[in-house]
Design a protein around this ligand. Structure first.
Ligand SMILES: N[C@@H](CCC[C@H](N)C(=O)O)C(=O)O
Length: 290
């Protein structure tokens, strides 16, 4: 019988099941990911973070140092995608907490390349998300209403929609934001985003403070999204003629700090480990059959 250990954690309430699997022995199928993330029949989470050595069998990351810890990230729908900003911060916290890595700065392998992280003693974890690439303008439609946005690549695809500027009093933008029905996926241009997209809606409150909601590809609305926060801040800065700067973002699950430079972007915020345990062997076996 397979003995599967898990840890549950979250970054500003974007929550994850962490599966330690140093040698890549776990058979982590899409069915099992869906079962784990299901809030009724499983543990419940927005995604799964498998902790595996980059050099372990089954990990395909030929450009990365085989000794790095690799974040094998899966969305709740079972899809394996490039990058997760809150996930990598929770992953880093777990590595330090479990003694696999010494506190301080270190690199983590991801499908979007190596990411440099720093774990501070107060539980704040900062990740260098690399360069942010702004793409073409595009539109998201929610409840029949169109929102102008811009494509942003943060290692994974985003459509970031800024709801008005900080001095625009014409419409109560915070109310528009809170009234959005994100139980239904926003409509987007699949020609621009052939692999799907994460869609952010962000309202500048003050020059360096904003409020955001997000609908994640492969998950649905989540209470926070790290890559989405970086993408949305890049869009806010662009909307005011800036390409660099620092903005605090209040997501539904808490506050993140994003600092965008010319060739890098830093995402900082709390990363919390909630519980650990073992999966029931029969449950794991049956989850693979669904
Ligand atoms: N929650 C994540 C993003 C996870 C991946 C995303 N759903 C995608 O499909 O690209 C974050 O914190 O960045």
């Amino acid at each position: 019988m397979t003995d599967v250990r898990f840890i549950k954690g979250h970054g500003t309430q974007n929550d994850f099941v962490v599966l330690p699997d140093a040698d890549g022995d776990l058979e982590l199928t899409a069915q099992r990911v869906r079962a784990l993330c299901d809030r009724g029949r499983g543990l419940g989470a927005d995604g799964v973070l498998r902790v595996v050595r980059t050099g372990a069998s089954g990990v395909s990351a030929p450009d990365l140092d085989p000794d790095l810890w690799f974040m094998d990230y899966r969305n709740a729908d079972g899809s394996a995608v490039e990058m997760c900003g809150n996930g990598v911060r929770v992953f880093a916290h777990y590595l330090v907490e479990s003694g696999l890595v010494s506190p301080g700065e270190f690199a983590i392998g991801t499908r979007s390349g190596p990411k440099q992280v720093r774990v501070d003693v107060d539980g704040i974890v900062t990740v260098d998300m690399g360069a942010v690439r702004i793409g073409a303008p595009s539109t998201a439609v929610v409840g029949g209403r169109a929102f102008d946005g811009v494509a942003v690549d943060v290692g994974n695809p985003h459509l970031a929609c800024v709801l008005g500027s900080a001095d625009d009093q014409a419409e109560p933008r915070a109310e528009v934001l809170s009234g959005l029905d994100l139980t239904v996926p926003p409509t987007y241009d699949s020609g621009v985003f052939p692999a799907g997209v994460n869609v952010e809606f962000i309202v500048p409150i003050e020059e360096n403070l904003a409020r955001m909601r997000v609908h994640e590809r492969g998950v649905g609305e989540t209470r926070s999204c790290g890559t989405g926060t970086v993408a949305a801040v890049a869009a806010v800065l662009r909307s005011t003629g800036r390409s660099t700067g620092r903005v605090l973002v209040d997501t539904l699950g808490g506050r993140l700090t994003v600092t965008i430079g010319h060739d890098d972007s830093q995402l900082a915020g709390p990363a919390v480990l909630v519980a650990e345990g073992r999966l029931d062997a029969l449950w794991w076996q049956q989850a693979g059959l669904d």
